[in-house]
Ligand binder design. Structure first.
Ligand SMILES: *[C@@H]1O[C@H](CO)[C@@H](O)[C@H](O)[C@H]1NC(C)=O
Ligand SMILES: *[C@@H]1O[C@H](CO)[C@@H](O)[C@H](O)[C@H]1NC(C)=O
Ligand SMILES: *[C@@H]1O[C@H](CO)[C@@H](O)[C@H](O)[C@H]1NC(C)=O
Ligand SMILES: *[C@@H]1O[C@H](CO)[C@@H](O)[C@H](O)[C@H]1NC(C)=O
Ligand SMILES: *[C@@H]1O[C@H](CO)[C@@H](O)[C@H](O)[C@H]1NC(C)=O
Ligand SMILES: *[C@@H]1O[C@H](CO)[C@@H](O)[C@H](O)[C@H]1NC(C)=O
Ligand SMILES: *[C@@H]1O[C@H](CO)[C@@H](O)[C@H](O)[C@H]1NC(C)=O
Ligand SMILES: *[C@@H]1O[C@H](CO)[C@@H](O)[C@H](O)[C@H]1NC(C)=O
Length: 501
């Protein structure tokens, strides 16, 4: 996802006119770029109204018996995997019988206390990107793929030290998730994704009934800043409608998240300028003279500024402005020793691994022999029909309903940077309960936090890029543990605060 070409959008979204968002692109970054390019175009036919739950779905008709399916989904062992004690499952859950639409999931039980630890769902964004590719294999899952593309090593900071973790490939057309009705790939959008995710979840809980009453949390990053709150909204909606707790949702957490288009956009240029990547003048000119909601010709000042942004970001990884970029996409015959937190060529290793026939068999994936290969971000999904300009009303709804809401931000991401997140939270107009303070892990500052009245916590993660658990695995594990426990991030330097492993 870290190809320099990703930055192309900065220039091209002013030129290209699209009617409905085209989001295909095999990298996480390109998918978001393409969607935003389309949204900031006056001719856009993307529905940007506030998100609402789909009211006409008949839930009872969508819940199917899952008897005996859990055991069939048990993964004995993944090819090249080191020995572990916890259980893994993988398989399909049908979300629409008529269409033949099924979502692929990968589930890792907690490394200890699986009977009492909460259930956590992780979603990646895009739109169109796979939570198996990024979340499970590159960020917070129990294994990382070696540079040989066929063996795995352990992630010592896997989030299954804190929870039972569920990864979902969504919507149809992402990774191994598919539909037998090919027109489904042209009719995706936020609303349909949220409905399908909800239908997936209630059926998954039928398959794993021991988790039905478990405390449940949803987390995710980037465009999952839409998916996570939208699924949470559907859960609240159906719980209320049924007058009972169908899903025991306790809270959500989103990181480097797309929250509010205006502030996200302004924050991105301000970040690039304040981090010595573009000139102050370019950021000023873009924020002053570009009108992304206009179909009128852009001014010369605007065009010059976007050209400058394009030239200056082309050769760095905007998802982690200080990270090395991948210079050799070849696999190696033997696994390389890893000297940085995450190898910048990881996408290539994962793509090789997940396209292996033995791996797909072990995962119980691709059982219908799809006609295209597995990609980290879909190139099958062609259209994106709806994407609200803001999800702030949903965040207010959660706080009013007593859910825990945390927003985190890796502070060296320039794509959905900490400035964007700060501007978006400011827009929520929440009174502060605990003012900005450094939080600690192992005697060092892990980041900074601010807590707002009503239950919202904002936490930065120091020296982390867009994929926070990839770049700062120990800090990310501490963050998720405090979130799940509902305890404030520690404001003291004590070394024994948290026993990590
Ligand atoms: C999709 O079609 C294949 C081939 O007919 C079938 O085996 C599979 O069960 C279908 N998927 C769903 C979710 O109905
Ligand atoms: C993970 O932990 C094991 C056991 O403590 C250790 O041998 C290994 O070096 C650690 N791996 C990394 C990448 O830190
Ligand atoms: C909802 O359920 C509670 C008991 O759990 C009951 O007291 C209440 O009347 C119900 N409300 C409606 C609208 O059915
Ligand atoms: C942007 O353009 C639209 C449509 O031409 C116009 O309505 C709006 O006022 C403009 N916004 C700014 C900030 O100039
Ligand atoms: C934009 O510029 C072109 C070429 O100069 C011109 O033909 C067109 O009418 C302009 N469009 C608007 C909306 O001003
Ligand atoms: C990658 O592999 C190809 C084919 O074996 C080879 O031609 C190329 O030189 C390799 N690239 C690098 C950077 O080693
Ligand atoms: C599914 O399997 C077929 C046949 O082995 C393969 O050609 C295709 O690339 C696979 N697709 C995915 C999405 O894994
Ligand atoms: C403010 O923080 C205190 C201490 O953590 C907590 O007890 C209180 O409930 C919070 N108040 C609000 C309105 O969130």
């Amino acid at each position: 996802m870290n190809k320099p070409s990703c930055s192309l959008f900065l220039l091209s979204f002013l030129i290209v006119t699209l009617f409905v968002a085209e989001i295909d692109g095999s990298k996480q970054s390109r998918a978001l770029d393409k969607l935003q390019k389309s949204k900031f175009n006056a001719n856009s036919q993307i529905d940007m109204n506030h998100f609402k739950a789909q009211k006409n779905i008949l839930l009872d008709a969508m819940i199917h018996s899952q008897d005996g399916m859990k055991e069939k989904d048990r993964i004995e062992k993944l090819p090249g995997q080191p020995n572990v004690k916890f259980s893994q499952y993988g398989g399909y859950v049908t979300v629409d019988k008529l269409a033949g639409r099924a979502f692929y999931y990968y589930f890792v039980e907690a490394a200890h206390s699986k009977e009492t630890l909460p259930l956590l769902l992780w979603l990646n964004g895009g739109p169109g990107c796979s939570s198996l590719a990024y979340g499970a294999m590159e960020e917070l899952g129990p294994f990382r793929v070696n540079s040989d593309g066929k063996t795995l090593h352990k992630n010592n900071y896997s989030w299954n030290y804190a929870a039972n973790v569920l990864f979902l490939e969504s919507p149809a057309g992402v990774g191994f998730s598919y539909s037998n009705k090919s027109s489904d790939y042209d009719n995706n959008g936020d609303r349909k994704t949220a409905t399908d995710n909800y239908v997936f979840l209630v059926n998954w809980l039928e398959r794993f009934p021991e988790y039905k009453n478990r405390d449940f949390y949803i987390t995710g990053e980037s465009y999952a800043g839409h998916y996570v709150p939208q699924l949470a909204h559907n859960i609240l909606y159906h719980n209320k409608k049924a007058n009972r707790t169908i899903v025991n949702l306790k809270g959500i957490m989103i990181g480097n998240a797309v929250i509010n288009d205006d502030t996200d956009n302004k924050g991105m240029y301000d970040y690039l300028a304040s981090h010595a990547i573009i000139s102050d003048q370019a950021a000023y000119n873009i924020n002053t003279f570009c009108n992304f909601s206009s179909n009128s010709n852009q001014t010369t000042e605007c065009n010059e500024a976007t050209t400058e942004v394009y030239k200056n970001t082309l050769f760095i990884d905007v998802y982690n402005i200080y990270a090395p970029v991948c210079t050799n996409h070849n696999l190696t015959t033997r696994p390389k020793r890893i000297s940085v937190a995450i190898d910048p060529c990881s996408d290539d290793y994962i793509q090789a691994y997940l396209n292996r026939v033995d791996v797909q068999e072990a995962l119980h994936a691709n059982v219908t022999k799809l006609k295209y290969d597995w990609e980290p971000c879909s190139n099958i999904i062609s259209k994106w029909g709806d994407s609200p300009s803001t999800i702030i009303p949903l965040l207010h709804e959660f706080l009013n309903n007593g859910l825990r809401v945390w927003i985190f931000s890796g502070d060296i991401d320039a794509r959905v940077p900490v400035t964007s997140t700060k501007y978006s939270i400011k827009k929520m107009n929440l009174p502060i309960n605990t003012t900005w303070y450094p939080w600690f892990i192992n005697g060092e500052v892990g980041g900074y936090a601010e807590v707002y009245k009503g239950g919202l916590t904002f936490a930065t993660v120091r020296e982390a890029g867009h994929q926070v658990p990839s770049y700062q695995p120990a800090r990310a594990l501490s963050l998720i543990k405090h979130f799940l426990n509902g305890t404030p991030l520690p404001n003291t330097q004590r070394l024994s605060d948290y026993n990590l492993l």
